[in-house]
Write a protein that binds this ligand. Sequence first.
Ligand code: SF4
Length: 743
Amino acid sequence: MVKLMVVENIIEGAKKVLNLTKESLKNVENKEVGYKGTNYNLPLIYGLLGKKVKDINELRELINSLEIKEEKTLENALDAGVVTLICAEALEALKYATEEQPYKEPYVGFIPDETLRSLGVPLVEGKIPAILVVIGKVGDKEKLKKLINDIRKRNILTLFVGEIIKEMDEAGIEYGFDKLLIPLGETITSAAHAANLAIRAPLIFGGIEPGKTEEIIDYIKNRVPAVVIALGDIDDITLSAGAGCIKAGIPVITNNPVPTIEGALESSDIENIVENALKMKGIEVKVTEFDIPVSVGPMNEGERVRGPDMYVELAGPKSYGCEVVLVKDNVEDGVEIIGKDLDEMEEKGRYPFAIIVEVSGEKLEKDLEGVLERRVHEFLNYIEGVMHLNQRDQIWIRINKNSFNKGLRLKHIGYVIQKLFKEHFPIIEKCKVTIVTDENKVKEILEEARKIYAERDAKARKLRDEDVDVFYGCVMCQSFAPTHVCIITPDRPSLCGSISYLDARAAAKIDPNGPIFEVPKGELIDEKLGIYSGVNDVVKEKSQGAIEEVSLHSALVNPCTSCGCFEAIVFYIPEVDGFGVVHRNFRGETPYGLPFSSLAGQCSGGKQVPGFVGIAIEYMRSPKFLQGDGGWERIVWLPKELKERVKDAIPKDLYDKIATEEDVSNTDELINFLKKKGHPVMKKEETEEIEKTKEEIEKVKKVKEEKEGIDIGEAILDIAKERGIQIIMKNVKIIINLNVKKP
Ligand code: SF4
């Protein structure tokens, strides 16, 4: 009976929204529609229906074509729910098309692709274990506080819709992107921005084409850790939107009595709703309690301590200090403070500061020191009211007044660091943390630490692919990109930029059953391209046979797969037979006329696409950077910001010959620029080899002309037999590259 009522309400709600949307679109002047900052137009509509709606006329036509089936079945109700979501997106699109500022602070509305991409790594690493969409109203200040506390201590990315945002304001609860608490909007249609975020995950990270509805839903169901929490009185429309979410693969939990559909629709008391929501997706989050006066956890990581809120500053540009991790033989657990503690310091004062973390354990090695040391930054930022910037002898720490007033002292900081190290790295058996604020002692430690850093750097910089017997692989992103395998070598850091060779080595040692593992190099098949038999074996196995061979140092010949969280993408520009590289934060267009997100869409999702490859920016500093394709001599375009960032790695004679967005805006201008500057790709045009290639292309054309309707494969067979070929797909153009070595 209850089930039937719910079904009726969902269908009623969907009808109301459909009528409202039709009315809203009536007589509206035609205008372009689409959100800024996305490659997916109106993602919900584009993803679910495969239709790119360009303007209001097309949107109206689409909405007028939607129907709701009257028969009161669960299936029809869920379909009606999808209609509600589509209508919500249409109403939002209308708002964006007709209003100058559709969302005013604190509401954010549409979330761009760039933000979603930046969440890729923390989501796959599990640092952000889930995404919650909280809709409605709590109606009780204490319950609200508990709910937000439950969310924050688990570091869950949460999108809020409805009155709850005002309730948070009234309760003095802070929110924002830095806290992972995002106020989408006041009205229920804002929920479309939560749904369109979820829909973009399979498109961006899974490489699934828009319109492949079943695959998209399957991906969301199995790989996107999102749950809707619907609170307070739920009207027909909200119920109907919830049904749409369920159909799209996002379960709903509510504090209202509803008929249970296990794993899809459940009820819970508000006190346990967060935990129960996570259970619906099989997510368990371990929450560590710390016996100190302030909170500790990744939720505090984005916190800033500005001048007026600062109690004291430790180390930093106007003082000095350092941090160092040392692997030793016999360490006793403990925390020691040498010098003044916070309550002995003057407010607004600046003090020298050093932190030494000594660790011991049977499986620990000296080489792991640098990797462990980088975690000091993260762990210090876990502490509420502590801001830690930079690393090594550049550290800069601020403690805010609030936390000091709550009772935070250096001994607490030492205790947190010790506990987090032991908890995160089970191979650490003993850990001693020494915090020093005594001027002379800090100076002494700093001198010693600088020697240690220099030794470590010299060792790491010297390391090349040929110096090691094993590389490392990472499949962490397979939760989003099922065939993606990262191969991490001394010359090629992970494409997300967060795992260097030494990091991977440490991670594999620390957690031998984790997502990072050893890859024996095997036989070297092609030195220039960086092809190894051992790497191929592993890639084939871990990609479930989807990828047979990868070149570590080529974007053209069997490049490595790309997931979705790469820092930059290398893309082939056939008009000049060169490459551009564009990084994630570049908001403009490449000479192709496409932004980063469109290019990224070409190869993400674990695909191997010759001509496109995701990379870490650090890889551009490697002497092996794209060596299989000619290295820096083939780079013709970079965004200005990226060019500055890797300036030291660009050969001096090439620097001025590489164009940026300030020099060119399309391929014609690029050709002129490169000719004028005498870029090597232009000189290459004149070489004998290219002439030969041209002759061969002519040969293909001639054969084609002579034999109308010829199968192109047949025509190029001779050349293929002779030299081998590679076909590069770029949008709808087919380019035949005849300059590829025959395997
Ligand atoms: S190393 Fe590769 S697979 Fe692992 S998290 Fe980074 S991008 Fe994903």
